[in-house]
Design a protein around this ligand. Structure first.
Ligand code: DAH
Length: 359
């Protein structure tokens, strides 16, 4: 009886499989003939209730039928899969020309920064780095800015909301101005001078390129975010003098512009240098004839320089009078504008790809 039924199920299943055309139909078939609740499975589960003689015959027959149906099922599954795949669509033509990937552009500021680094490293300078969010000490106090210096005022400095507001405080910038540790986005790269000197002993020569921030009304030559680079060379006693500074400055400009550039030094004042100079170079956009970028003067003000004030050395923990050095701070943004004849500083931070793609 059971033997016959098993043979029947097997034949029925094999026949039914031939009519299966889709994967959905195949699933239904699988449940019916191979599933946990299939008739064949029930028979195999019932083997334990049979006599030993019956078991000996029905067992192998049932298992063989199950195996045969399973093999047929797998074969049908393979055939269906093959039919449903579109091999033509998936074929890869390895001889087809590639699609060019869009290539990015180096920002003119980055190009100029790299050039400056190349020139200065060839002169034996190291490149140093410091934080963009600074405390009042390194940005102003350690550089000998008097407590009431106007540069600390809201006109020039973006004071930050206090990072650690006192208990119950709001953490607004008024709180920050009152609290002991005041924070600001650095107004110049000079903030790294004392930081570097605290961990290094002269002689050394470094440059510090970086981003700086000021609360400025923006126009063609002023931006709230711009790039500077700082140069600091310190030696024992009079190893480093104004003449060293002049030599380094002239060498740098000659290499950077690839031509002779006129440099103008004017007496200036910076709390962290003594004596101090203001530094101009001839406008490369109009070659000194006068244009809107140089405000018709023929000169571009680049920044300042001077011999490091002994009070700055003292702030760094150096003994007074032991060392002498020069410091230099430039608008890297201005250099980029001159190099590429960019007449409006606001283009640089505009994020306009039509501008960036030209470099
Ligand atoms: N930190 C000054 C500024 O941003 C520029 C400057 C002047 C830097 C004189 C110096 C220096 O190192 O000696 O306006």
């Amino acid at each position: 009886m059971l033997q016959e039924r098993i043979t029947q199920i097997k034949e029925e299943g094999e026949k039914a499989l031939q009519a299966v055309k889709t994967t959905a139909e195949l699933e239904v078939w699988e449940v019916k003939y191979l599933g946990r609740k299939s008739e064949l499975n029930d028979i195999l589960k019932g083997l334990k209730d049979l006599t030993p003689e019956e078991k000996r015959v029905v067992g192998p027959l049932g298992n063989a039928a199950k195996q045969a149906l399973f093999t047929a099922f797998e074969k049908a599954q393979g055939t269906l899969l093959e039919k449903s795949s579109d091999f033509e669509k998936e074929r890869i033509d390895v001889t087809a020309p590639g699609v060019p990937a869009p290539v990015g552009h180096t920002h003119p500021i980055t190009i100029v920064e790299n050039e400056i680094q190349d020139i200065f490293t060839s002169l034996g300078f190291a490149v140093a780095d410091g934080p963009e969010v600074e405390n009042e000490h390194y940005n102003f106090d350690a550089l000998n800015f008097p407590k009431d210096h106007p540069a600390r005022d809201m006109q020039d400095t973006f004071w930050l909301a206090s990072l650690n507001p006192p208990a119950g405080g709001e953490g607004g910038f008024e709180e920050n101005k009152k609290s002991k540790e005041k924070y600001l986005p650095r107004t110049h790269t000079s903030n790294v001078q004392v930081r570097y000197m605290e961990t290094h002993t002269p002689p050394f020569r470094i440059i510090i390129p970086g981003r700086t921030f000021r609360n400025e009304a923006t126009d063609a030559t002023h931006e709230h975010t711009f790039h500077q680079f700082e140069c600091l060379m310190v030696g024992v006693a009079d190893e480093v003098s104004v003449a060293t500074f002049k030599y380094v400055a002239e060498t740098f400009f000659e290499q950077f512009f690839g031509k002779q550039v006129n440099v103008r030094l004017r007496p200036g004042f910076f709390p962290f240098t003594e004596p101090s100079f203001e530094f101009d170079i001839s406008c490369s956009i109009c070659d000194g004839k006068g244009c809107p970028t140089c405000k018709q003067s023929g000169w571009i003000e680049l920044g300042g320089a001077g011999m490091v004030n002994q009070r700055v050395f003292e702030a760094a923990g150096y003994p007074r009078g032991k060392y002498q050095g020069f410091a230099w701070g430039f608008g890297m943004t201005r250099l980029a504008m001159m190099k590429y004849k960019i007449s409006d500083i606001r283009l640089l931070m505009s994020g306009d790809l039509r501008f960036i793609r030209q470099f």
